[in-house]
Design a binder for this molecule. Structure first.
Ligand SMILES: NCc1[nH]cc(CCC(=O)O)c1CC(=O)O
Length: 297
């Protein structure tokens, strides 16, 4: 490909890390690219809780619109922020490797209590705005108090340091990518089979126009078909459940060396309602997402 590929991305530190990573992969294929930073609704209204923001795709919509207007040639998204149905004219052309998919709990040293579950003191105040994280955390620790927290990853850590919270929850992938110094904090890395992450957490999605075959052909060279297989099952469950990121639903899929699929899922009707957890295995993906949803309901 002769031309420079224009990559649409959000401007947060994590989004820029992900966009630069993508640029390096394209560079390895001998392809030049430039970043076009696009502000999304999710960036503009950092003070609002997710529950108060209407609609799906508030971290992705403006970038998708830029793709459709041909202002950019491809978009890099955190796949977990991407709605399960593609807008008319766009395609999810490729996905990246999967970073650590798990959530983590970052605890202030003064709020650590050895012997307590996750080492978190009784009655601790935990910051998260995700209904999925709230439901599962309360399910494990009914004594804790939840408090909404917004802003990008560095901002949330600042809020933890200032003493507004005893602990906060984040995606391990984001913390590791930014190489954040967590010295002094107690970090609890959850097992994704127990504390179930968001569908496609830890994966990057590369989106293009459906008819832009030259760019699509390039991205197929960096596509990870193995990652697409498991994350597509996770996203299919989310789609069947009719959910966006407001829904307290975690889905995590692994493929074992024999080629069998294992799915762990956790779902609650509301963030403060009991969580239903399931684990299903199957040698085929045929109707696997349907079976997972049925088992959850
Ligand atoms: N909802 C925001 C968001 N989207 C993707 C990530 C982290 C990277 C990833 O999971 O792929 C985060 C931050 C977080 O949840 O802590």
């Amino acid at each position: 490909m002769e031309k420079t590929i224009k990559i649409g991305t959000r401007g947060s530190k994590l989004a820029l890390w992900q966009a630069h990573y993508t640029q390096r992969m394209l560079q390895d294929l001998g392809i030049e690219s430039e970043l076009i930073i696009i502000k999304t609704k999710g960036d503009a209204i950092q003070h609002l809780s997710f529950d108060k923001i209407e609609g799906k795709g508030f971290f992705t919509k403006e970038i998708e619109d830029a793709l459709l207007r041909e202002e950019v040639d491809m978009a890099v998204h955190s796949m977990k922020d991407l709605p399960t149905v593609q807008p008319e004219g766009l395609a999810l052309t490729a996905v990246s490797y999967r970073a650590n998919p798990a959530d983590c709990l970052i605890i202030n040293p003064a709020s650590v209590e050895s012997g307590a579950l996750f080492g978190l003191k009784t009655g601790a105040v935990v910051g998260t705005s995700s209904a999925r994280r709230k439901a599962q955390l309360l399910d494990f620790r009914p004594d804790i108090t939840l408090k909404d927290i917004r802003g990008n990853v560095p901002t949330r850590l600042e809020k933890l340091k200032s003493g507004d919270f005893d602990a906060i929850m984040l995606a391990t992938a984001g913390v590791e990518r930014l190489e954040i110094d967590l010295d002094g904090f107690q970090v609890v890395r959850f097992n994704p089979r127990e504390f179930v992450p968001a569908p496609a957490q830890g994966v990057l999605a590369f989106q293009t126009r459906k008819d832009d075959l030259p760019v699509r052909r390039v991205l197929k060279k960096i596509h990870r078909a193995d990652v697409a297989e498991t994350t597509n099952i996770e996203r299919k469950v989310l789609q069947l459940a009719g959910g966006g990121c407001h829904m307290p639903l975690g889905v995590y899929c692994e493929m074992d060396p024999q080629g069998n699929y294992h799915v762990w899922a956790a779902k609650a009707p509301e963030w403060n309602a009991p969580v239903n957890r399931i684990h299903l295995s199957s040698s085929t993906t045929f109707e696997l997402a349907e079976s997972v949803l049925k088992a959850l309901e």
